[in-house]
Design a protein around this ligand. Structure first.
Ligand SMILES: [Zn+2]
Length: 346
């Protein structure tokens, strides 16, 4: 049997991880117990069984079910110490998977009611990120993400807040939830505020809807990075545009399969995107619900798409270059990637 290098030792950056979705299953069960929250059966089954629920989020009902599970999990995060724990454990899991840089995504609005309001919620989250960095040594930053199910004015408020906390670790502005609702254009003012304030524009697009949603992210929100973007594979001209501009797509293969965007791991168009020269950053999205973390995404590339170690190293480089990590951090990670590749397979 051919010997292979361990992808969990391949240095990489993690650019697509949602806050509640990063939680360890055991932690969620513990917190649910602590607060007497009855989790939906589909969720506990998934957590105990380790099998991600098949959610068929490609129809609106399926997406709604996914959101309900997510909301149930989020309702177990009630005190600053829960937030501290979540972020520290997310950092620990990332380090175990070879991540040297994590950009975690959060909509503080959804934590605000339990944490004393929007500003305290964001401050608690940013404090937790600071402590996690100190305790684990992992470099971390935060993307504040607006919810496209809410009013665009809420997104503007959030964008202003995100900009205000730029010197406290906020580096980007995102847009998540059901792409089929509303238009990206509705959020153009919020994104303009974020960009003018020096934040990276990194909305979700091209996951639940086709290439047009990726084009909208580029045209209307001036995206510097796309959350998912996989459906761009259906449009060669769009692929060329992403490649020419070097817009990184944060591709989350396990999530795509769990949500029914693609039937099987081998259907995720990783090769198409990679060979078109679109920079990719593999991400876990919501490991709590999808059952796999960062290194597992590289395993999918290896086992289902035949990526060689040299190609996996290239994917890792792309994740690092697509990050906002400072130059010295990037240089160190890139050197680590070369070292991983030049070491003999164990
Ligand atoms: Zn996402």
């Amino acid at each position: 049997m051919e010997r292979v290098r361990d992808v969990s030792e391949l240095p990489k950056a993690h650019l697509h991880l949602h806050f509640t979705g990063s939680m360890r299953p055991a932690t969620l069960l513990e917190l649910a117990d602590k607060y007497g929250v009855r989790l939906p059966e589909a969720l506990t089954e998934a957590l105990v069984g380790g099998e991600p629920p098949r959610l068929r989020a490609t129809d609106e009902r399926g997406w709604f079910r996914f959101q309900r599970l997510y909301d149930a999990a989020r309702s177990c995060l009630r005190e600053p110490e829960d937030i501290q724990r979540l972020v520290r454990e997310a950092a620990e899991e990332d380090l175990r998977d070879g991540s040297g840089w994590l950009e975690i995504q959060v909509d503080p609005t959804s934590y605000a009611p339990r944490l004393g309001g929007l500003i305290p919620a964001l401050e608690i989250i940013l404090d937790a990120v600071d402590s996690a960095m100190r305790e684990t040594g992992l470099g971390m930053r935060v993307l504040v993400a607006a919810n496209r199910m809410k009013h665009p004015l809420d997104a503007r408020t959030l964008a202003r807040l995100a900009v205000r906390y730029r010197d406290r670790g906020v580096i980007g502005f995102g847009l998540s939830n059901d792409e089929r609702r509303g238009m990206a254009r509705d959020f153009d003012r919020a994104f303009a505020i974020a960009r003018e304030g020096g934040l990276l524009s990194a909305p979700h697009g091209g996951e639940l809807t086709g290439p047009a949603s990726v084009r909208d992210c580029l045209d209307d929100l001036h995206a510097g990075r796309i959350g998912h973007g996989v459906r761009a594979a259906e449009d060669p001209r769009l692929l060329k545009r992403l490649a020419d501009r070097q817009v990184t797509c944060e591709v989350c293969p396990a999530s795509n399969v769990a949500l029914g965007v693609y039937e099987k791991p081998e259907d995720v168009p990783l090769r198409t995107l990679f060979e078109a020269g679109v920079p990719l950053a593999l991400g876990a999205d919501d490991p709590l619900l999808f059952g796999s973390r960062l290194a597992a995404q590289y395993e999918i590339a290896r086992h289902h798409h035949g990526f060689t170690d040299a190609e996996l190293a290239e994917l890792a480089r792309q994740s690092v270059r697509g990050s906002v990590a400072p130059q010295d951090v990037q240089a160190k990670l890139l050197a680590g990637i070369d070292a991983w590749l030049s070491a003999p397979a164990a």
